[in-house]
Design a protein around this ligand. Structure first.
Ligand code: AMP
Length: 200
């Protein structure tokens, strides 16, 4: 079956469907997704409560539900490129781009992209890190949705925004599966529309 504005949508069990070009279906509750996220204390170093999303990815129903929620209200045709942030942002970003029938662009850690890049450094608790984007990955004025698994201090996302400014992208929004709100990362992301599914 082909539905207007969303040619690849198929009706699946427990899937409410797509109406008015919008992804509306929520066959899985946010609470159920939240329950499946595993908290791993002291990983990768003492004091960090690591939010392990692999149980969500490993369950097709939960993964699809997470994508439903992440893309809620996003109109197919309203986004030119989904930008995913290294590394778990690639998983959600690529799935989103395939659903929205638009391009996917990776923002990677420095040294991984083979072509000409823009780079942006940002401070970490100890030291700094650098992210990069291909100079030709996003054209000036293209409408971009940024996805990542988790917003913590906001350093990575802010550096990603700086890269997208360099290429002249129009930021439609930034969406995260998880936000560690106590770290106040969103305050570093300016006035862009920022949404997260699960907040700690
Ligand atoms: P930040 O730049 O501080 O906002 O960190 C965001 C990036 O680090 C995201 O790409 C996350 O994948 C990762 N990250 C930071 N803190 C955690 C955490 N507690 N659990 C899992 N991933 C995290």
């Amino acid at each position: 079956m082909r539905w207007a504005g969303f040619p690849f949508a198929r009706r699946l069990d427990g899937w409410a469907g797509v109406r008015d070009n919008r992804v509306l279906m929520h066959s899985v509750s946010v609470a159920e997704i939240e329950r499946s996220i595993r908290n791993v204390p002291d990983f990768p170093k003492p004091g960090i409560q690591f939010k392990d999303i692999t149980p969500v990815l490993a369950d097709g129903r939960l993964f699809r539900g997470a994508m439903d929620h992440l893309l809620a209200g996003v109109e197919a045709g309203a986004i030119d490129k989904v930008v995913g942030i290294d590394a778990r942002g690639f998983i959600f970003g690529a799935a989103a781009a395939a659903r929205l029938d638009c391009g996917f662009v990776p923002v990677r850690k420095k040294g991984k992209l083979p072509w000409e890049t823009h780079e942006q450094s940002y401070d970490l608790e100890y030291g700094s890190a650098t992210v990069a984007i291909h100079t030709d990955a996003v054209k000036e004025g293209e409408r971009v949705l940024v996805l990542d698994d988790l917003l913590a201090t906001g350093g990575t996302a802010a550096a990603t925004l700086a890269l997208l400014e360099k290429v002249g992208a129009k930021i439609v929004g930034m969406r995260f599966l998880i936000e560690l709100a106590f770290l106040q990362g969103r305050e570093r992301l300016g006035r862009h529309p920022i949404q997260s599914l699960i907040t700690y």
